[in-house]
Design a protein around this ligand. Structure first.
Ligand SMILES: [Zn+2]
Length: 421
């Protein structure tokens, strides 16, 4: 049994709609409080700050932490091995923890508070939570959030589609939470058993996120089955919990106000400009486990234009891949997901490969293309491809060259970096 702890950092819904400057001031104050607290209570934080020559009292904004090297998963794995169980990052006594989770690595994560949601959807309704309660924190993080929203939760976990279907039917469950593909599997199963899902079940809404291609399924759930998909998408990690969630306008995911979210150049740790693609680095306001400047390894960018929903927080348009797969060309990251997106617009392209070289201190990109059929107007086709490449990758491709069909090996890397320094 754990006593209810007094929280150092309370979530405040109002922060999402403050002016950018007003919110920044509050987050900067929280950051100062976090850094001071963590330096005092977590030995590993103290060591990391001392090594970087940073004094907590001089930290008044995230820019003051630019010299602090990004904390990576690999660092945590090593630190936890050297100094078990939490590598010196735990800032409360173990007796103060309710649960401990394990994420791949392995990394042991002490329990953090569930983040509250951007909606009071589902008050007084029964919700099936199919995120896993086993080992990883997903199920509990989502459950805390649902209970804060006033929902009654059935802790189903993933798998066992038959059982979940029966429970949903018996309890007249109104909400479903989990992966979009899993809800799809449940509906398929109902139809296999001869149910009319729309008529025989009471499912009114779903919070389904965390997968590539989720948009297509969400649209189908709504149009075909009348299931309202709240939130749309979300970005969460086992180590951090929720980092960003989309709003009712569904244009990107708003970053949480319970953390400072930066986009940085993973090689230098320096913050990038809005709309520049880089690594997501997060500093959660968390007095239990203060992972200051934790590098997620995921790529995205920050959009700062105010959203139609009225929230003034920046948005991540989507996750663009892992930083290890991307190459940095003329100061911009280019990820295979982006080049795939370009190629997908041209049915004439059978295969492609982007090769990056460097001469005279300038990066050069050549896209080799195998065609399955000739474009009608090749000049116009190339001009369009050039424009789409610049729009999607934010950097110009220097040259497109056509190679005979069958030149490229199946499964070859989409982007090859041949630069040497
Ligand atoms: Zn919005």
């Amino acid at each position: 049994m754990t006593a209810k702890k007094k929280q150092l950092f309370e979530h405040d819904d109002r922060l999402e709609r403050l002016s950018v400057a007003g919110r920044e001031k509050i987050l900067d104050d929280k950051l100062h409080k976090l850094v001071t607290y963590a330096y005092k209570n977590a030995p590993a934080v103290r060591e990391r700050f001392d090594q970087a020559g940073i004094k907590p009292k001089s930290v008044h904004s995230i820019q003051d932490l630019e010299a602090l090297p990004i904390l990576r998963k690999d660092d945590l794995i090593r630190l936890q091995k050297e100094n078990p169980p939490f590598g010196g990052y735990l800032a409360v006594p173990i007796a103060g923890l309710g649960r401990v989770f394990q994420s791949p690595g392995p990394i042991y994560d002490p329990e953090r508070r569930g983040r509250s949601a951007q909606s009071d959807f589902g008050k007084g309704q029964i919700v099936i939570n199919t995120w896993s309660y086993h080992i990883t924190p997903g199920g509990f993080i989502v459950e805390d959030m649902l209970r804060n929203m006033g929902c009654t939760v059935f802790p189903a976990g993933p798998g066992n589609t038959d059982l979940i279907l029966q429970v949903m039917y018996d309890l007249r469950a109104a909400g479903f939470v989990g992966a979009p593909s899993f809800l799809n599997a449940v509906i398929r199963k109902a139809e296999e058993k001869g149910y009319d899902f729309r008529k025989d079940f009471n499912l009114r809404w779903a919070m389904v996120f965390g997968e590539m291609g989720g948009d297509v399924l969400r649209k189908m759930f709504t149009e075909k089955y009348g299931i309202e998909c709240i939130w749309g998408d979300a970005y969460a990690t086992a180590d951090l919990g929720f980092v960003a969630t989309s709003c009712e306008k569904n244009c990107g995911m708003h970053v949480t106000t319970d953390a400072i979210v930066e986009i940085v150049d993973p090689s230098t740790g320096k913050a990038l400009e809005p709309n520049e693609v880089g690594e997501i680095v997060v500093t959660p306001f968390d007095e239990v486990y203060p992972l200051i400047r934790f590098g997620t390894g995921d790529l995205s960018c920050l959009q700062e234009e105010v959203c139609d929903c009225g929230r003034t927080t920046a948005r991540l348009p989507k996750i663009m891949g892992r930083s290890g797969d991307a190459v940095r060309v003329r100061a911009m990251f280019v990820h295979p997901n982006q080049t795939d997106q370009v190629a997908a617009k041209y049915p004439e392209i059978a295969a492609y490969q982007l090769v990056v070289t460097r001469a005279d201190n300038r990066d050069n990109m050549v896209m080799s293309v195998e065609l399955c059929r000739e474009p009608a107007d090749k000049e116009k086709w190339l001009a369009n491809l050039d424009k789409d490449f610049r729009d999607i990758c934010k950097v110009k491709c220097d040259e497109v060259c056509f190679v005979p069909a069958g030149t490229m090996e199946k499964g070859a890397k989409k982007i090859v970096d041949k630069r040497t320094y």
